[in-house]
Design a protein around this ligand. Sequence first.
Ligand SMILES: [Cu+2]
Length: 332
Amino acid sequence: MKPTRALLLLPLLMVFLAACGGDHPMSTLDAHSDLTRSINVIYGRIFWWTLLLFILVQGGLIYTVMRFRATGKETTNPEQVHGNIRLELTWTILPVFILLHIAIPTVSTIFESQAPASDDAVTVNALGKQWWFSFEYPELGVVTANEMHVPLGQEVAIRLQSDNVLHSFWVPQLTAKRDMVPGRVNHIKFKAEKLGEFLGQCAEYCGDSHALMKFRIVVDTPEDFAKWVEAQKAPADTVADASKAGFDAFQSAGCVACHAIRGTTAASIIGPDLTHVGSRTMIASGILENNAANIKKWIMDPGEVKPGSKMIDLNLTSEQADSITAYIQTLK
Ligand SMILES: [Cu+2]
């Protein structure tokens, strides 16, 4: 093979290798909810039918090429054939059954996944923003961002909305991919079947930092979920003197223009609710680990971390940033 041709194979090799190996937190093949298991049934059917057809078609082709190839000794043309009713009926009717075998679970899964929530469901209003997600639990009185907690084994019904551009909500191991469309409410529901953290990603191009619009669903035991809800419902603890000073810095720097911290005068909903931001494992929608160095980095230059960020650079001095960072970290 010419070296240039061999180079063409390189991308193929990369695709192949990318699919290899162990634990992929965003692999759709590891289904951990009732919904993703149903999706995998469809996926499996499509895959095996495609494989079977590939083998039949390629096998038939190779057989024909070998069996009927010219030997150079022919004296007449081979028998000339036109049409074959039985063959044509077979390859019309069989595909109808194959397609039904795929279409029936597809359509029923789509309808089931957006059916009305059952009475014991945990409902969440998910709002796609540029470039983060707001999660509100209307019945539980909880508002948070980018990290949705849900209880194991209980139905979770999410209302998907956007007040800006198109986004798409996708946690490969727990949910289907479903769009968040301005002016419309889409629904998705699932029951998580495994404890742990599951990574999600906005799956519809929505501007500069679309690729950095990540989130996660944390599946807790019902007891841990109840504890989480209690903690999230509480207003921020701002009694300590140190946190009062921190809040003053937060206020005078202008952060209050966009953020809410319940229990304080900060009540704007332009940016994520920060009441319990310290309880999240990541900040800025799954981009930075939640620690002092990263909070400081983020608040001193959000556009550096997320190009086009709607959080403006307030030109904080390093001292201001330190004091605000210390305060943010108390918001557990
Ligand atoms: Cu996006």
